[in-house]
Ligand binder design. Structure first.
Ligand code: ATP
Length: 396
């Protein structure tokens, strides 16, 4: 197996890192890519007020997710939790012990490649892993690499070196980004979920008021709660909710907020869901106690109100978005259906359901509820009584 190892301070991880990681994984045909945030970087001091190592770890996880290399990319916490300086030679020894039969490739940008001989134990590094170096800017051409490559080959005969030019390289550094973030900019140079995480936690001098976020910030913040695969669904739900709200004269802003936040606790497991239910005093019926899918609507509504200060209309639209209920408001219907028919949904009957929803909202809702009840029954799953009540109310 070919394993890429990409270390860095990742303070914060930015689009330069993500683009380089993705391109290197393709060019080197890596089976696996490991991102490893440094605990105490040997090459640079962490500026005062930097996020905690665990926050850098979490941001790196979000950035890894956004490489789109699902299943092939992972983040390791071995440097973050190691005492003392995070020497790459120690990390490589550790990884060699974990993967004795695999080929290790150490990924790095120009600045790191050009100073490799000055790192701690370069000989050991070069004996344990091949070096894969890439340019950080368009100006970092092959000529720049060639001189250093020759030098390393002469000095360390065991060296294996691969240099590459990355298409669409993003010329940005974490240092510049930290300055931009403190001045209210920089979001466009970060993976959206990382930007959202930074805003959510007030990192790097950002002071976003989470209860009054403009959509340009609410969107990345909402994405920072999601698994990568769920992002198209939530963005699709936002678009569908806008369209339905315009079509039926609902409050478009509220529809957007509810759509963006409706799945904000979806990635949590049962234990985490139950912890939130305890924290927010959410009582559960017998079915809900067992059905993870039903819990996220309730905990999502509670988080949306507590953290983002959403009003009662948005709160209840998120609360009822999975089951529906017997007396639904216009906004509740819109979020229920936007979630159901948004453009990335693909299941038998979705086109018909879309057509009916834009012809008559209640007819669409009835059809959606009936399809859900049928599907659950076919799968032998119990149907929540609120869903039955919603259908029966519409039939009447
Ligand atoms: P700082 O500005 O704090 O020095 P940085 O942007 O260089 O940070 P690091 O986390 O120190 O980020 O970098 C980790 C690795 O990513 C290094 O090998 C570095 O060369 C590489 N790298 C950093 N920025 C880019 C970029 N824009 N494109 C490609 N590689 C990059």
């Amino acid at each position: 197996m070919k394993i890429g190892i990409y270390g860095g301070t990742f303070n914060p991880p930015h689009l330069g890192h993500v683009t380089a990681a993705r391109a290197a994984a393709e060019l080197l045909k890596l089976d696996q890519l490991l991102l490893i945030p440094a605990g105490l970087p040997p090459h640079k001091d962490l500026p005062a007020g930097s996020p905690t190592p665990d926050q850098r770890l979490e941001m790196t996880r979000l950035a890894a997710d956004q490489t789109g290399l699902a299943g092939r990319v992972g983040v390791l916490d071995l440097e973050v939790h190691r005492e003392g300086k995070s020497y790459t030679s120690d990390t490589l020894k550790d990884l060699k012990a974990r993967y004795p039969d695999d080929e290790l490739w150490l990924l790095m940008g120009t600045d790191m490649f050009l100073t490799l001989q000055a790192w701690h134990a370069p000989e050991e590094i070069l004996s344990l892993a091949g070096i894969a170096a890439f340019g950080r800017t368009e100006a970092d051409t092959e000529e720049l690499f060639a001189h250093q490559r020759d030098y390393l080959y002469k000095t360390y005969p065991q060296a294996r070196i691969f240099t590459m030019t990355i298409p669409g390289v993003v010329d940005v550094s974490s240092t510049e980004l930290r300055e931009q973030l403190a001045k209210g900019g920089g979001g466009h140079l970060l993976p959206p979920a990382v930007y959202g995480y930074i805003l959510r936690n007030g990192l790097y001098g950002t002071h976003a008021d989470l209860k009054r976020l403009p959509f340009s910030q609410l969107r990345p913040v909402a994405l920072s709660y999601l698994k990568y695969q769920r992002i198209p669904h939530v963005l699709g739900t936002e678009q569908e909710a806008i369209r339905l709200a315009e079509r039926y004269g609902a409050d478009v802003e509220k529809a957007r907020v509810a759509a963006l936040l409706h799945d904000c606790t979806k990635k949590l497991n049962m234990e985490q869901q139950l912890e939130l239910c305890g924290r927010y005093g959410i009582s559960l019926d017998e079915l809900e106690q067992k059905a993870l899918k039903l819990l996220h609507a309730k905990t999502g509504a509670a988080v949306a109100r507590d953290v983002f200060g959403v009003d009662a209309d948005v709160y209840s639209a998120i609360w009822w978005h999975t089951t529906g209920h017997g007396n639904m408001t216009l906004l509740e219907k819109i979020i229920y259906l936007a979630d159901y028919i948004e453009p990335s949904r693909d299941f038998p009957g979705v086109d018909k359901l879309r057509r009916v929803c834009y012809k008559d909202l209640d007819e669409g809702l009835l059809l959606g509820l009936e399809m859900t009840i049928q599907e659950m029954t076919d799968m032998g799953n119990p149907v929540h009584r609120a869903t039955i009540e919603a259908r029966d109310a519409l039939k009447r």
